[in-house]
Design a protein around this ligand. Structure first.
Ligand code: ATP
Ligand code: MG
Length: 331
């Protein structure tokens, strides 16, 4: 901002000029020449100074009124509207620009929320419609008890899926506003050992072997439960997208001031053009037809890692396998 155009400078300039003129007048007319009309001249001078002061302050309040009436017209429905910049490059112009920047940020956040709600509605619509039509078909004619049992069992599976999706969606929504009071110090090595045990149980059915190499006593500050779920999402994927008799390696090491977690699988891998999208909400790869999922796992994981100031990356080769690496700063 140019200094000469700032309001503070203008007011200060007016104040100094007033003092100088008044001082000059007093010395010149009262003490030296002792003019007869000095009282009138002084009155006139004061009037001019007051007028300049009034105009300056009037302009300032007018700009503020103008700014606030523009702000009043902005609501959640027209967040793309912006305040027209004031002609003067002064503090009020600066306030208007800062407000426009705030609107930019709010606009992005609102658009993201709307997109999120639209995605969720879309995801929930299909399974609910499927459930409804299966009930309709069932009611169409009389069925045996066994048939009814089967339909109810299928419906329970479907509602379980819906519940899982809903839980994931809530997880994702809340991951952006963590309760800071729940942030605490915990043993990451212990958490990784627990994750490995869960992985071993989950992998039993597919005869996938789980190897692990976890160094002990790595302490970190964060949300233990949530981080556990985030890591479990990667383990869950590793198991889901690795064929029978495959292998998965889970490791935790310390490198400089970072904790590095890697989860490596010998699964189907991820195509190059898919890698950039796998952390997006509701994104599912092309080869997932036979595997249940909503495409939310990695989006949740990434958000959770973000609130721990960590980073996640993936290296993958189709038909060879994938390696997910997470790095957390320890200090
Ligand atoms: N280890 C992996 N091997 C191969 N593909 C993977 C692996 N992990 C993720 N992917 C791909 O990334 C996509 C997104 O994964 P993400 O975990 O977000 O969703 P999902 O597993 O499909 O569903 P959800 O996790 O919600 O149950 C998957 O659909 C899959 O195509
Ligand atoms: Mg997943």
């Amino acid at each position: 901002m140019k200094k000469s155009s700032s309001l503070r400078f203008k007011l200060f300039f007016w104040y100094i000029v007033s003092l100088v003129l008044l001082g000059f007048f007093i010395v010149l007319t009262v003490h030296i020449y002792q003019y007869e009309y000095s009282a009138y001249i002084l009155g006139g001078l004061l009037f001019i100074l007051a007028l300049i002061g009034f105009i300056t302050i009037y302009n300032i309040t007018q700009s503020i009124i103008n700014l606030s009436s523009q702000i009043r017209q902005i609501s959640s429905k027209n967040l793309d509207k912006r305040i027209s910049p004031s002609k003067n490059d002064d503090e009020i112009g600066e306030l208007g620009r800062s407000f426009n920047e705030l609107l930019d940020r709010l606009d992005v956040a609102f658009k993201r929320e709307r997109q999120f709600i639209a995605d969720v509605a879309h995801e929930m619509k299909t399974p609910i419609a499927t459930l409804r039509s299966s009930f309709e078909v069932t009611l169409h004619k009389e069925r045996t008890n066994d048939e009814y049992k089967k339909i109810i069992k299928d419906s329970i599976v479907e509602t379980d899926r819906l519940t899982t999706t809903l839980r994931d969606v809530l997880d994702l929504a809340w991951s952006e506003v963590p309760n800071e009071n729940l942030r605490s110090k915990f043993d990451l090595s212990e958490l990784m050992n627990e994750m490995t045990e869960i992985a071993q149980k989950l992998a039993l059915k597919k005869h996938i072997s789980i190897r692990h190499s976890i160094i002990s006593n790595i302490q970190m500050l964060g949300f233990r439960e949530r981080l556990g779920r985030a890591i479990l999402n990667i383990i869950d994927n590793a198991i889901k997208y690795t064929p029978h008799d495959g292998k998965i390696t889970i490791s935790l090491i310390q490198e400089y001031n970072n904790a590095l977690i890697t989860i490596k699988d010998s699964g189907q891998g991820i195509e190059k053009d898919e890698v950039d999208h796998i952390f997006n909400r509701f994104y599912r790869g092309a080869k997932t037809d036979n595997v249940f999922g909503a495409g939310l796992g990695l989006a949740i994981t990434k958000a959770t890692i973000g609130i721990h100031k960590g980073a996640i990356k993936v290296d993958s080769k189709p038909k060879v396998g994938s390696t997910f690496t997470i790095a957390f700063p320890l200090s």
